[in-house]
Design a protein around this ligand. Structure first.
Ligand code: IFM
Length: 467
């Protein structure tokens, strides 16, 4: 591999703590394809993506990047990049096609094969139990709006741990419950596509309860490196007018604190509880729930992409809010360059976020479980994929992590989103986040320049460790 020419001095100067984990992340529905293979049951994303008008040009995850059959090649790519870890999710409906009850051994066997391939290549598996793909059978019984789904999630966690606990050390319960709850039930941008504040509040609490119940089950089975992944978007008021400051407080409450605080402090933020009650959408908390939700963890997964500036204003009707009772709040278009997702680029906000989390959750190690950017990459005439913007984003955000570490944040690892170009949910295949380009016609994989830049950084880190 050749080195990148993007920000070489910055990249060369990056130093990370000893034992720092470097990986890349994916999620089941975004890469696996093979939706009918080996007894897999349908998930809410199969239903949603096949519903006309829900996703970009009707794209679905039916084929995705065929990781289900191409995983040996993909693990070989990870080894080529020099990754020490790989974060992936298990599709609940491959393991329990009806969401509960009957176990599909062939589904578990796939993940066993994948894990063995990783271990054989010296790559540490980091397993996420839930990355948004609820079995449709459970959705038919109310999905996350039903309290019972939390208990079914804990059962599922036990089944997966019984099968893989002997070979996977790093476990995560949920990925980004904010998206499952609020994008899935408030704005309806994601499956199951509801627009109902009461459902959104119920889903929020039941996801967190499911996390807590699954944590108990995994602990009983001996899990000793257990975490959860939350997505954080720092919210800044556009002006110092009290109504804009309050708008930022409200969105920060639901985006960030509503998920973090019950887990690390055992209580929902009082202001968020009041906002939700005022909106007629209370959190359905029962006695003892918060003790379950706040069971101690070994690490907190942090997903960060961009920050947001907000103010009170009139929303365009085609952009429904994801936040309960926040129909009067608008998020401003970012200033400066944006990725193809339309997201701004703010590495400084990433440093501040990591430092804030260090204060909010003292003693809890942080792991960046996702960070990355989408760009319009295509192979050039020389056959390579030149993506200087992604390399730039990557290096600047890695530098933001080292800044946070230098200022005292306990960050133990970084997973780039994503290993491969993949199915970007409602945005379909139009958004490419991979370090590795995928030609969706041929499924050919090509390591992008940014993948090579990442590999260089990892190699330098290894060499520094080896002295
Ligand atoms: O692709 C998603 C991923 O599934 C969850 N976190 C954000 C990524 C980019 O949108």
């Amino acid at each position: 591999m050749t080195s990148t020419d993007v920000r070489p001095e910055l990249a060369a100067g990056l130093t990370f703590p000893p034992g720092f984990t470097f990986g890349a992340a994916t999620a089941a529905y975004q890469i696996e394809g093979a939706v009918d293979a080996d007894g897999r049951g349908p998930s809410i994303w199969d239903t949603f993506s096949h519903t006309p008008g829900r996703t970009f040009e009707g794209h679905t995850g039916d084929v995705a990047v065929e990781h289900y059959t191409r995983y040996p090649q993909d693990v070989a790519l990870m080894a080529e990049l020099g990754l020490s870890a790989y974060r992936f999710s298990v599709a609940w409906s491959r393991v329990l096609p009806e969401g509960a009850g009957r176990v599909e051994q062939r589904g578990l066997d796939f993940y066993r094969r994948l894990v063995d391939e990783l271990l054989g290549a010296g790559i540490d598996p980091w397993l996420t139990l839930y990355h948004w793909d609820l079995p449709q059978a459970l959705q038919d019984r109310g999905g996350w709006t039903a309290r019972d789904t939390a208990a079914r999630f804990a059962d599922y966690a036990g089944v997966v741990h019984d099968a893989l606990g002997d070979r996977v050390r790093h476990w995560s319960t949920l990925n980004e419950p904010m998206c499952s709850a609020l994008l899935g039930h408030m704005s309806g941008q994601h499956a199951p596509g509801e627009r109902n504040p009461v459902a959104a509040a119920r889903a929020t609490h039941h996801l967190l309860l499911g996390h807590g119940l699954a944590t108990q089950v995994l602990r009983e089975r001996g899990a000793d490196h257990l975490g959860v992944t939350l997505n954080f978007t720092p919210m800044t008021p556009a002006t110092d007018r009290p109504e804009d400051v309050d708008a930022a407080r409200r969105l920060d409450g639901q985006q960030n604190r509503m998920f973090l605080e019950p887990i690390v402090h055992g209580a929902y933020p009082a202001d968020v509880v009041a906002d939700l009650e005022a909106a007629g959408a209370p959190l359905p908390v029962e006695d003892g729930d918060l003790e379950v939700i706040s069971a101690p963890l070994d690490w907190l997964g942090v997903n960060y992409y961009f920050e947001s500036t907000v103010r009170v204003g009139v929303r365009s009707p085609d952009r429904p809010t994801s936040f309960i009772g926040a129909e009067d709040v608008v998020e401003l278009d970012p200033e400066g360059p944006t990725t193809t997702m339309g997201w701004g680029i703010s590495p400084d906000a990433f440093t501040r976020l990591l430092l804030w989390l260090g204060e909010e959750a003292p003693g809890l190690p942080l792991v960046v479980t996702e960070n990355g950017s989408a760009w319009p990459d295509e192979p050039a005439e020389d056959g390579a994929v030149h993506d200087p913007e992604r390399s730039d984003y990557l290096v600047r955000h890695l530098a933001a992590v080292t800044d946070a570490v230098a200022k005292g944040a306990d960050v133990r690892g970084y997973f780039a989103w994503s290993l491969l170009d993949n199915y970007e949910w409602a945005r379909g295949y139009a958004q490419r986040f991979g370090l590795v380009h995928v030609d969706y016609g041929t499924q050919r994989r090509t390591v992008k320049d940014s993948g090579r830049a990442y590999a260089d950084i990892l190699r330098r880190h290894r060499q520094a460790q080896e002295g």
